[in-house]
Design a protein around this ligand. Structure first.
Ligand SMILES: Nc1ncnc2c1ncn2[C@@H]1O[C@H](COP(=O)(O)OP(=O)(O)OP(=O)(O)O)[C@@H](O)[C@H]1O
Ligand SMILES: [Mg+2]
Length: 258
């Protein structure tokens, strides 16, 4: 079920390094929120804080709160592993388990959760592959290894794997940056479908992509090397690209388009 995220006063650190400062933003359900901004401003860091992947890095921690439909995922009794199961992530490079079959790749998360019933696993595999717009291409080769698919197919397989566990939120860190234009369009179309059911946050370097797929856009920037990244501006995507409030945002957007 799609849930909302409320991020409040988030400060993110790698040991002594203050990587991202004072982020407050709302991520509504059934929408695509895009994070844009220059390299190093902290987009991936913020994204990884939203499902507690950030703290997997030794010495890394975050302060502030991230509420999932009102419940703080950093709450005292919250198990980070269960957070990662309900807030799924798709990475820049497709990372299926290469020797594992296509079907088993999709249901790997469910197996981890203890589901053993073959009929149920098969049903979820089909539904997720259909949801990821990959079913027709792989239905006759479900027992073949995931590593044998094209890059674009592998990325859709990773999306199928992420949605197989019915996550509340889907985080995507530059999911198309390793893909050709046709596969990129396939993923963008897919995101348009998925947002009917999921809350989606996507990091992208591609302004046109942000403008095409997202409903709201957050622009991050940093004042200089060694300084923490900051959220400069967030608004609905149309406003952001046609009439940004801050000059900084306008410079960034027009620089990239120009
Ligand atoms: N594992 C890490 N250990 C220490 N510092 C890190 C680590 N990962 C990222 N950083 C630092 O945190 C800051 C933000 O990095 P991050 O990867 O979030 O930026 P980004 O906006 O995603 O950049 P890009 O667009 O290049 O992916 C950078 O200064 C980066 O060097
Ligand atoms: Mg990044």
């Amino acid at each position: 079920m799609a849930k909302r995220l409320d991020i409040k006063d988030l400060n993110i650190y790698y040991g002594d390094f203050h990587a991202v400062k004072d982020v407050t933003l709302e991520v509504p359900p059934r929408c695509i929120t895009a994070f844009i901004g220059p390299s190093g401003c902290g987009k991936s860091t913020v994204l990884r804080t939203l499902n507690r992947m950030h703290e997997v890095t030794p010495g890394a921690y975050a302060e502030g709160s991230v509420l999932l439909d009102g419940e703080d995922i950093y709450g005292r009794n919250v198990d980070p592993v269960s957070v990662r199961a309900t807030i799924g992530m798709v990475f820049q490079r497709p990372n299926p388990f290469p020797t594992m079959s296509i079907r088993d790749n999709v249901v790997a998360g469910l197996r981890l959760q203890g589901v053993r019933n073959r009929a149920e696993l098969d049903e979820v595999a089909e539904r997720s592959l259909r949801g990821a717009n990959l079913w027709e291409e792989v239905k006759d080769r479900l027992d073949k290894p995931g590593g044998g698919l094209s890059g674009g197919q592998q990325q859709r397989l990773c999306i199928a794997r992420a949605i197989a566990v019915s996550p509340d939120v889907l985080l995507m860190d530059e999911p198309c940056s390793a893909l050709d234009p046709i596969s990129t369009l396939a993923i963008e179309d897919l995101m348009g479908e998925l947002k009917k059911e999921y809350t989606i946050v996507i990091v992208t370097h591609n302004m046109q992509q942000a403008a095409r797929v997202s409903d709201q856009t957050a622009f991050f920037n940093l004042e200089g090397a060694g300084q923490p990244g900051q959220l400069v501006e967030i608004s609905d995507t149309e406003t952001m690209f046609s009439n940004p409030t801050k000059k900084e945002t306008e410079d960034y957007i027009s620089g990239r388009f120009g």
